[in-house]
Design a protein around this ligand. Structure first.
Ligand code: ZN
Length: 199
């Protein structure tokens, strides 16, 4: 093991330990909202204070070490860094509801590739996604309630594999992205932690 790998492992262990402490405090104090009467944000800020006390400047620039951008659903059950063996500084992560490829996803990927040197793209959708139960009716209900039609699509879907294929196609055919040779898509199983590739 190299020194770099060893220090990466120890900093990952420190982060995992810090998270466990936060969770334990949340449990023992009746939930994250109740800590000292503070809000969940207060709780997170307290965690950050502890994090910063142990933090050492990694001396990196903004270019991801592995030259990869990961586009994934925002789902709370997916720990991208742990699931993909990624360390601090390794990749760009672009997350939204569904991990879908919107204009804004393309904006981030374009900056990632053209300004910050990434070459590969990985898409991560998953089992049990909240978007699988949503339809465009959600958008219509919203319009009826607030009197304004949102400019964005809900991007709901029924077939997760098909949704990954559609997202792959959008990345591969984007005129703004110079590097589309290594674009692969996966479904993450939230029960097993395994990735299944969609081709
Ligand atoms: Zn999801």
């Amino acid at each position: 093991m190299t020194t770099a790998e060893s220090s990466t492992e120890s900093s990952t262990a420190a982060r995992t330990e810090a998270r466990a402490e936060v969770r334990e405090e949340a449990r023992t104090e009746g939930g994250p909202v109740a800590r000292d009467g503070g809000t969940v944000t207060d709780h997170l800020l307290a965690a950050n204070t502890r994090y910063a006390e142990r933090f050492e400047d990694p001396g990196m620039d903004a270019r991801p070490v592995l030259g990869v951008a990961v586009v994934a659903c925002m789902d709370a059950r997916i720990d991208l860094h742990a699931a993909l063996g990624l360390a601090l500084g390794d990749c760009h992560t672009v997350r939204n509801a569904g991990g879908v490829v919107t204009d804004d996803t393309i904006r981030s990927l374009t900056i990632s590739q053209r300004a910050l040197g990434t070459r590969s793209v990985i898409l991560v959708h998953h089992t049990g996604c909240g978007l699988q139960s949503l339809t465009e009716e959600f958008r219509h209900e919203l319009e009826r309630e607030v009197g304004q039609r949102p400019s964005w699509a809900v991007e709901g879907f029924t077939d997760v594999d098909q949704d990954v294929r559609q997202s792959l196609q959008k990345v591969r055919t984007s005129p703004f992205l110079p590097h589309t040779d290594d674009v692969r898509g996966f479904v993450f199983d939230v029960r097993t932690g395994r990735l299944r590739e969609v081709t």
